[in-house]
Design a binder for this molecule. Structure first.
Ligand SMILES: Nc1nc2c(ncn2[C@@H]2O[C@H](COP(=O)(O)OP(=O)(O)OP(=O)(O)O)[C@@H](O)[C@H]2O)c(=O)[nH]1
Ligand SMILES: [Mg+2]
Length: 178
């Protein structure tokens, strides 16, 4: 049996905690506290990490970690991404500047992105279609990155599972091309 570590990161409210809760097969560890930021329309925010686990059909186990979104906790990003097999960046398209949000995480994880497979999941695209998925891809190309950009609703387990499947497929392709 192999064990893989995947890390969910991205802006506060994009749904890292929600995504891990949607698919974890074990009780999740959540370190949320009451949100006191009036610009953030939700009751709680993560101050430490999220943790959950899933088992793949072949018996392999995936450990899921979520970072806090707020940049005042960015020291946790480095701690959590250590030895990660893959990175999922979640974007909330209802925020004022989603492309700039993406850039924050591309910069924050620039070292890891050189070697670690990564997928971008964009949420709330139905109500907020702009920027488009193409706009995200162009932004990535400008940074010399070619990464999958997928629309997701993190409340739906099948959407979160799809992100993980794409990440695993990308990792396999990287191994074949290495
Ligand atoms: N209406 C709607 N709500 C969504 C959608 N995607 C996520 N949400 C909600 O957005 C919220 C996301 O909150 P969290 O999961 O706490 O976000 P987080 O990324 O962990 O945030 P931090 O821990 O603060 O960094 C939840 O209340 C979700 O139900 C969507 O597509 N539509
Ligand atoms: Mg959270």
């Amino acid at each position: 049996m192999n064990e893989y570590k995947l890390v969910f990161t991205g802006t506060t409210g994009a749904g890292k905690t929600t995504a891990i809760n949607a698919i974890s097969e074990t009780a999740t560890i959540v370190t949320d506290v009451a949100n006191t930021d009036p610009t953030l329309a939700k009751a709680s925010t993560t101050v430490g990490l999220d943790f959950g686990q899933i088992n793949l059909a072949n018996g392999d186990r995936v450990r899921l970690f979520g970072t806090p979104g707020q940049s005042r906790f960015d020291f946790m990003w480095k701690i959590l991404v250590k030895d990660a097999f893959g990175l999922i960046i979640l974007i909330d398209n209802s925020r004022p500047a989603p492309l700039e949000d993406l850039e924050v995480y591309l910069n924050g994880f620039s070292h890891e992105l050189q070697t670690t497979p990564c997928v971008i999941g964009v949420g709330r695209t139905e109500a907020y279609p702009n920027p488009s998925l193409d706009d995200f891809s162009i932004k990535l190309e400008n940074q010399n990155l070619t990464l999958p950009v997928i629309p997701v609703d993190v409340r739906r387990a099948e959407d979160v599972t799809m992100l993980i499947d794409i990440l695993m497929a990308q990792a396999e392709a990287d191994l074949i091309n290495a």
